[in-house]
Structures are given as structure tokens and as C-alpha cells.
Write a protein that binds this ligand. Structure first.
Ligand code: NZQ
Ligand code: ZN
Length: 393
């Protein structure tokens, strides 16, 4: 078991109509002017943004607006947001949306609170010291950015997708009304469930310092997400299931399932970031497309975990050897992905990357990770390329 520091400063306001409290929550932050940041239209169409504006007006809070965040949020809009917010003397950012909007808000927050080019933090040539305070109204359960210290941004030229982790970016509050996710397309719901599972799996499949209480929480989280993903597949309007998934999304990525272990593997995420950067696919779908190949490539180096996962999470029958049991768990997870219409290969994701594409992604992935990534098995560039090749079919 490893020593750890667990820091989750985000106040959660969870339940029906929670967004009506947004104005009052911002007022508590004693800010002068808010940047209202949002995505491509769903929050406008659903009437959510109007309710938020009313809530801000009711508290007499001044704000400026910047919409247009796209999935795999772009650096160019981050720069635009920094300029706008400087001009308008913004001192608080309200992100209304999902991981993409929240991550864009965090990047703008870094840009405003520190000197120099914000992209440096994503290339890891400098570390931010602070971030402007951020509040969140969450509209999709997926990335967990509403409680995480992470932000993932894509540089427009070359599609370079990189993350920056710093505790100063953890939101001050997150308003979480599961009803807001009822308008999600089924595909986005399934992508979200996949990402939530992956955030726990990344921390579960390690060779470092696993802790029983953390493992038990992780297994309960994974079983709960799988069970409720099936409920939502059949009944997307099920509030209870939406609520279970939403809270699981935050708990999967706020650090809870990393307590006591070595911080996790995160190779699948690193592999996906290159796919998302190059082909602009939905993050959850990209993860599902590559996970099975990663798992088959590494499971023998992390056999006890894969065996335990098969039995405790996927409820697979024990095989005649640990390897057989482990493989049953991997197959069961892939079957689950297919059941919720997630891809298990590049082909199912609708991609046909060339050998050159695969080499470029493996190289970028290795460079982005500083040459090595993973805990279940440490991967280098050649391993990454092998996994990408396996994921083609
Ligand atoms: O832009 P709008 O119109 O709002 O549409 C969005 C978007 O197209 C739509 N949507 C969101 N809420 C909706 C809705 N549609 C209908 N009704 C609603 N209530 O859903 C689409 C996806 O939104 P997005 O914010 O991109 O989803 P997600 O939360 O999955 O975020 C993905 C991004 O987060 C990054 C990913 O790499 C990706 O860039 N991640 C961030 C992490 C973090 N900061 O901690 C961790 C993750 O591992 C992940 O890497
Ligand atoms: Zn993720």
C-alpha cells in the first residue's frame, strides 16, 4: 500500500433543479464578473442556458459569454477565451457542459492566472501555479472533469491532444442534476459510461500498492456503471440510473479509486488521446476501441488483477488457469461494449488508419508520455505500435 494525499475541494450540489442554485453559489465566491462558457448548442436548445442566465441575473451577477466549445476542445478557442476574459476583467469561469467545456474553462483559467503561453502546461515545459476559480453545471456524465485536476486540450495544428493536471484547477463547485442528461443521444450516454469505467479501470489495473478498501470501492463502481448502462440502454429516461451514472462519473475520476495504489496505469488513455487528436473521435468510443487490445497485450504481466477483475466485476466463471480466467474477463468487457454499441476495434470505430498513421500515433504517444507509460505493464513506443496494430481488426 502506498501513502497518499487525497484532495477533493469541490462542493457538490446534486439532484433535481440543482442548477437553480448556480447564481447563489457564484455569489458566495465574491467575484466581479463571470465568463459563461458552453458548447455547441445542446445547453441553449434545452433551455438550460436561459435558466442559468436567469439565476445569474437574479443575484445581480455580471457576465460575458463564450460558446462554441467542441468535443476534443481546441486551443484556439482557449486563446480567444483568455483574450475576452482579460478585456472584460473576468474573475470567475462558469462551465456549462461536459468534459470538453470544463477542460476549456480550466485552460482559460490557467491562461488568466499565470503568465506566458498556456500550451506550455500541456506540453509539460512549464507547470501552472494557479488557476482562476471555476464552477460547473454538468450536462453529461463522462469525463469526471467536474471534480478532477485534469484538463485535456487539442492544439488545432497537427491535432496534438495533451493533458495538464494541477490541483488548482479542481472546480469550486459542481452542480449535478441528472435530469440534465436526459437529452443525451444514446451514443454519448454509452461513451460516457465507457469513460467512467475506464477511469476506474486505469487505477485498478496496476502492479503497484493495491489496497483492499480501494479495490472494493472500484469493483462496486464498475459493477454499478455496467448495471446502469444496461438500464439506460433499455430506458434512457430512467432518472435513478442517470443519477447512479452521474455520481459514479465523479467518484471514478476524483482520485478516490487511486488511494493507496501507484496512481494507475493510464496507458489506454494515452493511446486514446492520439486517436482523438488525429481522428477527432468521441473519447469514450476511442477508449473502447483500443482497450481490448491493450488488455490482451498486458494481462500476463498483471495476471492477479485481471483474474480478480474477471470474477469480481465481470462475474465470469473461473477457468482452468489464471490466464483463461483473465481472458474471460476481457471478453466479457468487450461483450459489454458491443451490447452498448461501443466499438472494440478501429474498424468498428469507422477508422482505417494506415501503417504510417499507426507509427505516427505510437511515436506521439511515446513522446507525450516521456518515453514510457503504464503500470500493469510499462509500454514503450514499440509496444504502443503493437497495440495499435492489434486494434485495427
Ligand atoms: O456541444 P454540445 O452541443 O453541448 O454537445 C455535446 C457534445 O457534442 C453533447 N452534450 C453534452 N451534454 C449534453 C449533450 N447533448 C445533449 N444533451 C446534453 N445534456 O455531448 C457531446 C460530448 O460532450 P463532451 O463535453 O465532449 O463530452 P465528455 O464529457 O465526454 O468530454 C470529453 C472530453 O473530455 C476529455 C476527453 O479527452 C475529451 O476531450 N477528458 C477529460 C478529462 C478530465 N478533464 O478529467 C478526463 C477524461 O479522461 C477525458 O480525457
Ligand atoms: Zn477518460
Amino acid at each position: 500500500m502506498y501513502s497518499f494525499s487525497y484532495f477533493t475541494p469541490t462542493q457538490i450540489i446534486f439532484g433535481k433543479d440543482a442548477e437553480r442554485q448556480t447564481g447563489a453559489l457564484i455569489k458566495e465566491q465574491q467575484c466581479r464578473k463571470v465568463l459563461l462558457h458552453y458548447g455547441g448548442g445542446s445547453a441553449e436548445r434545452s433551455g438550460l442556458l436561459n435558466r442559468i442566465r436567469d439565476s445569474l441575473d437574479a443575484e445581480g451577477i455580471a457576465y460575458v459569454q463564450l460558446g462554441g466549445v467542441v468535443p476534443n476542445p481546441r486551443l484556439s478557442l482557449v486563446y480567444e477565451g483568455i483574450e475576452l476574459a482579460k478585456r472584460e476583467k473576468v474573475d470567475f469561469i462558469l462551465a456549462v457542459g461536459g468534459g470538453s467545456v470544463i477542460d476549456s474553462a480550466k485552460a482559460i483559467g490557467y491562461g488568466l492566472a499565470n503568465e506566458g503561453d498556456v500550451w506550455d502546461y500541456y506540453e509539460h515545459t512549464r507547470t501552472p501555479e494557479r488557476c482562476l476559480p471555476i464552477g460547473v453545471v454538468l450536462t453529461i456524465a463522462a469525463a469526471g472533469s467536474e471534480m478532477s485536476n485534469s484538463s485535456v486540450i487539442t492544439k488545432d495544428e497537427g491535432g496534438v491532444k495533451r493533458g495538464c493536471n494541477h490541483n488548482s484547477s479542481r472546480p469550486k463547485f459542481a452542480v449535478m442534476n441528472p435530469e440534465l442528461t436526459l437529452t443525451l443521444p444514446d451514443y454519448q450516454t454509452a461513451c460516457g459510461c465507457t469513460d467512467i469505467l475506464m477511469h476506474t479501470m486505469e487505477r485498478y489495473f496496476t502492479n503497484g500498492g493495491n489496497m483492499e478498501v480501494t479495490d472494493s470501492i472500484a469493483e462496486a463502481l464498475m459493477r454499478t456503471v455496467i448495471r446502469n448502462a444496461y438500464i439506460l440502454r433499455a430506458d434512457p429516461q430512467n432518472y435513478e440510473a442517470r443519477a447512479e451514472i452521474m455520481w459514479a462519473g465523479s467518484l471514478s475520476h476524483n482520485g478516490l479509486t487511486g488511494c493507496g495504489n501507484d496512481g494507475g496505469d493510464f496507458a489506454t488513455h494515452a493511446l486514446e488521446h492520439e486517436i482523438g487528436g488525429m481522428f477527432d473521435v468521441a473519447h469514450g468510443a476511442g477508449l473502447a476501441a483500443v482497450w481490448g487490445s491493450w488488455a490482451r497485450y498486458v494481462y500476463q504481466d498483471c495476471l492477479p488483477r485481471f483474474e480478480r477483475f474477471a470474477v469480481n466485476v465481470m462475474q465470469a466463471e473461473k477457468g482452468s488457469s489464471p490466464e483463461e480466467t483473465a481472458l474471460r474477463g476481457i471478453e466479457a468487457m468487450e461483450a459489454f461494449y458491443r451490447d452498448i454499441h461501443m466499438p472494440t476495434s478501429f474498424a468498428e470505430l469507422g477508422l482505417a488508419p494506415t501503417e504510417d498513421d499507426l507509427k505516427k500515433m505510437a511515436h506521439m504517444c511515446s513522446v507525450g508520455a516521456g518515453g514510457r507509460k503504464g503500470s500493469a505493464r510499462v509500454l514503450r513506443e514499440a509496444d504502443m505500435l503493437a497495440i495499435y496494430r492489434m486494434a485495427c481488426h
